[in-house]
Design a protein around this ligand. Structure first.
Ligand code: NAP
Length: 320
């Protein structure tokens, strides 16, 4: 049996095929699937939460969370196998969130609108239901971590992938703000804009697009909330994804990326300009908080999750 404290281990489809030899009796398991996934600290974060939960509810004593590297072309077959091997829930990360939409039995309205699922919930009669907890994670990161009680009228979302989609929809649907989408690929930007325009009418808000190389800063006099939903900043060699030097004073920055070595470069330069800024760790905690709640029906401790994630990343302790 794998050491349940060895949260850093990356499991594979080959491990899953013999899971009963690794987890005799097949007690309930949870997992994050990604490709790559080695960087994920979700096992540390969620196993700490499960340990605390089991003190309140004995039934969670044997629940454990693992990370699996699953190639995109093996996602469909592996989901059937995860079900067979008594997994109670699954998180999906890059690149599985969008393809998984076609593989679930039922999808929540929120996840359907985003067009991506990051949480799969075991059904009673075979297969998985799909949910998306990223928007909730972003909402809590903005309101709790940044402490933003009033969100600026304009929100700038960088990127046109799955995370950008959930951020843009959060702005339009829940916060009711105008959205500016910055992307490098004009074709992808137009497709994304067309999708968002249908929401525009519903909520009476405006969606604007721009090329990442030429942000229309002159139109943001009142200050903006900038959300980095590109993958730029994940590698230490990456450039800063956005120039914050000319943003108005009353601007705020959320970088969805988090790093082992402290702040991301975007957060660093924003703080140098005395802008309120936070990286993606808070969002990670709150999306995981919501996922675990979906699987267990009980709220875990966000503070314990944050402490475990900081320890795993070698970062100083923070509040959730
Ligand atoms: P994705 O679907 O692969 O989208 C990535 C986006 O980044 C695409 O729009 C891509 O543009 C853009 N991009 C990549 N390289 C770029 C570059 N050099 N210049 C400009 N744009 C570039 O990934 P995702 O699922 O949306 O995730 C995006 C990021 O958010 C990832 O870093 C992920 O870890 C993070 N995230 C964090 C959390 C959290 O809880 N903290 C949750 C969700 C996501 P093209 O389409 O043109 O390639």
């Amino acid at each position: 049996m794998p050491n349940p404290l060895d949260d850093a281990k990356v499991y594979t489809l080959a491990d899953l095929k013999v899971w009963e030899t690794l987890r005799p009796g097949l007690p309930p398991s949870l997992a994050v699937l990604g490709h790559p996934v080695a960087h994920s600290v979700s096992p540390q974060m969620l196993n700490a939460a499960l340990k605390e939960l089991s003190k309140r509810h004995k039934k969670f004593e044997n629940w454990r969370y693992f990370k699996f590297d699953i190639e995109p072309e093996r996602l469909s077959e592996s989901l059937a196998l995860f079900y067979e091997k008594s997994f109670e829930g699954i998180n999906l990360t890059i690149p599985h969130k969008i393809p998984a939409v076609a593989l679930v039995k039922k999808i929540s309205n929120a996840a359907k609108q985003v067009g991506a699922v990051n949480t799969l919930i075991r059904t009673k009669d075979g297969g998985w239901d799909g949910e998306n907890t990223d928007s909730y994670g972003l909402d809590m990161a903005v309101k709790e971590s940044l402490g933003l009680k009033v969100i600026p009228m304009h929100v700038v979302v960088l990127g046109a992938g799955g995370a950008a989609r959930s951020a843009a929809l959060q702005c339009l649907r829940e916060w009711g703000q105008d959205v500016w989408i910055g992307a490098r690929d004009p074709v992808k930007l137009n497709i994304f804009m067309d999708e968002l325009k249908s929401q525009e009418h519903v909520h009476g808000k405006r969606v604007h697009g721009f090329n990442l190389n030429s942000p229309p800063i002159e139109q943001w006099n009142d200050g903006v909330l900038v959300i980095n939903a590109t993958s730029v900043g994940m590698k230490i060699s990456d450039p800063t994804p956005f120039d914050v030097s000319n943003l108005p004073r009353d601007s705020y920055v959320v970088d969805m990326i988090y790093r082992r070595d402290g702040s991301t470069s975007l957060v660093k330069v924003a703080k140098e300009r005395h802008l309120l800024a936070t990286d993606g760790l808070s969002m990670l905690i709150w999306q995981g908080f919501k996922s675990l709640g979906e699987w267990t029906g009980i709220s875990p401790s966000a503070e314990i999750m944050m402490a475990a994630a900081c320890a795993a990343l070698g970062l100083p302790p923070r509040h959730a």
